[in-house]
Design a protein around this ligand. Structure first.
Ligand code: CO8
Length: 261
């Protein structure tokens, strides 16, 4: 792949946006590679956590590639927006947790892809924003929808209407990021959390993700029904047997994470 780096180490996959000369801007070629990676990740039972980050010192992703956007007619623009929306929805609904390690500029499509992850850790140097309005555009990869659901309507309105950028500290105060780290320790902090998740039972981690994913936009009663179904499924797993037995035997659980058991 030319625009992405994809690696798997100890059951943690890392996808790095890799166009550092263009601050990792999202172009159509990158999206094709992204789709191929998602095809693999969706069915790989050994991947416990996926981490997204950006190559180079400066950027996570500085948005959609403006040189491509500038040449698009309305139909191509609509198609590109739909392609991005579909990819980010697939990312959001992957069976395993996805963590964004935002190491620099995360603007436009960069903030949008991070918002489609399960949660975000950011470097102190990270800069967020949906600046599309300053280009005479609006967010087109789900940003108007995911931001408002995460931070509430009025903060989303202000950020989208002004297009202003905001710091990692502001992102923390809005509830967009879970943790802000010194740049040099960002990946280690992300990996620490990824390893902690990877050690848990794979069935229950996936069930928890599914339950939260299905429940986040529905009423409480419907969400609780999803939760009860997911809970029931966990009871069928070896990991649930091991986890409960280990507690009763006063020892540490050793999860095998066998999704087929
Ligand atoms: N697209 C293409 N190239 C980019 C982008 C981008 N989004 N961002 C940076 N680059 C390129 C620059 O053109 C420059 O290239 P070159 O060296 O060849 O001139 C290189 O990256 C380095 O950038 P700068 O020299 O500008 O670096 P600075 O440190 O001076 O500035 C900034 C960094 C502030 C991040 C600045 O580059 C910037 O403002 N970038 C654009 C940010 C932006 O507006 N992003 C939103 C894009 S629109 C979007 O994401 C829409 C998503 C929905 C689309 C829906 C489908 C139609």
């Amino acid at each position: 792949m030319e625009n992405l780096i994809f690696e798997i180490n100890d059951q943690i996959a890392t996808l790095t946006f890799n166009r550092p000369k263009a601050l990792n801007a999202l172009n159509q070629a990158l999206f094709q590679e992204f789709a191929t990676v998602l095809d693999k990740v969706e069915v790989d039972k050994n991947i416990r956590v996926l981490v997204l980050t950006g190559a180079g010192e400066k950027a996570f992703v500085a948005g959609a590639d403006i040189s491509e956007l500038a040449k698009m007619n309305p139909l191509l623009g609509k198609r590109f927006a739909e392609t991005g929306q579909k990819l980010f929805s697939r990312l959001e609904s992957l069976p395993m947790p996805v963590i964004a390690a935002v190491n620099g500029f995360a603007l436009g499509g960069g903030t949008e892809v991070a918002l489609a992850c399960d949660f975000i850790y950011a470097s102190e140097k990270a800069v967020f924003g949906l600046p599309e309005i300053t280009l005479g555009l609006i967010p087109g990869f789900g940003g108007t929808q995911r931001l408002l659901r995460l931070v509430g309507t009025n903060i989303a309105r202000e950020l989208i209407f002004t297009g202003k950028t905001f710091s990692a500290a502001d992102a923390l105060s809005y509830g967009i990021v879970n943790k802000v780290c010194p740049p040099e320790s960002l990946m280690e902090e992300v990996m620490k959390t990824a390893r902690a998740i990877a050690k848990k039972g794979a069935v229950s981690v996936r069930a928890a993700k599914e339950s939260i994913f299905c429940g986040k936009d529905v009423d409480l009663e419907t969400g609780c029904r999803f939760e009860a179904d997911a809970f029931g499924l966990c009871m069928a797993s070896q990991d649930a047997k091991e986890g409960t037995q280990a507690f009763l035997e006063k020892r540490k659980a050793e999860f095998k994470g066998d999704l087929d058991s």
